[in-house]
Design a protein around this ligand. Sequence first.
Ligand SMILES: Nc1ncnc2c1ncn2[C@@H]1O[C@H](COP(=O)(O)OP(=O)(O)OP(=O)(O)O)[C@@H](O)[C@H]1O
Ligand SMILES: [Mg+2]
Length: 317
Amino acid sequence: METVLKVDNLTKIYSGPEGEKIKALNDISFEVPRGMIFGLLGPNGAGKTTTIKSICGLVQPDAGSISVMGRDVRRQRARALTQLAAVLEGNRNIYWRLTPRENLEFFAAIRGRRPGSVKKEISQLLQVFGLEEKAREPVRKLSRGMQQKLALAVTLITGAPILLLDEPTLGLDVTASYEIRGLLRRIVQEEQRTIIISTHDMNVVQDICQQVVIINEGRIVAHDSIQHLMDLFQVRSYDLAVGKLTSEQRQSLEKLPHLQLVPINSGWQISLDLENPTLLWQALDILGQEQTAIESISRKELNFEKVFIEILGGGQA
Ligand SMILES: Nc1ncnc2c1ncn2[C@@H]1O[C@H](COP(=O)(O)OP(=O)(O)OP(=O)(O)O)[C@@H](O)[C@H]1O
Ligand SMILES: [Mg+2]
């Protein structure tokens, strides 16, 4: 698979207010293949924005290198940067005095796209992002969510093959967040563009990212596909919904380790974890003594948020 972005041994040290050294990035390396949505994850202060700004050439790293479609961001800056478009934190990439349409026209023009050829695309973007009604209002009068959508539309109109999006769904309502996810998926599938996205919304990650790197305190703690991470952390926990239990049955069940008993409408829910291979047999024996009805057995759902917390060490608490 073609690699469109290569980050090699990147280190960034900022100076704090008292001259102290803040190691925002500590020797990170990763590669992004073409045509996928790649997540850049980590808690606040992990180094995500620093990574994105380094890729865009806005932050000068202290060590390491970055290449965009084979071009070094430091040595072949202009040629590397024309391949990129970015939405940075706080959507500063749009002009507040211009209207949405003017913003789109301006950013298409500075990327050398001819007005005639982008007219239709601009109308489509305004429509898809629900900005048609506001197409002639100055951007400063738009709501935060609308500004966020326009910031994203502006990256699309540049025609750049790689999009860097720093928290693009922050502050968007649920419907808008879903719309944008659909749109990003479509861009990647139909146009073979590559999206690198940082977000704290694990639903977004689970929904649209194929691969992720997880950064913590400036270091990479995971670099893998979402599917593989989900498989790795798949807890083998099951929920059994059962009918009425006698007090003896309840006492026996409560004595078993790694098993929880919770009352539900029709009887009881038994949650157990299959780490101990004999546990299920023991539980079934106790149920069998009174021929207690088993209404359902289901595997516990795992979501990416839980995986993320486990990777960051929160699962041990
Ligand atoms: N201009 C700066 N000067 C000094 N320190 C900085 C600067 N920018 C970032 N930092 C520090 O670098 C570290 C990484 O910050 P960064 O903004 O990259 O984190 P982040 O992962 O984007 O966090 P968040 O999820 O909160 O956006 C933090 O400790 C931050 O305080
Ligand atoms: Mg950030």
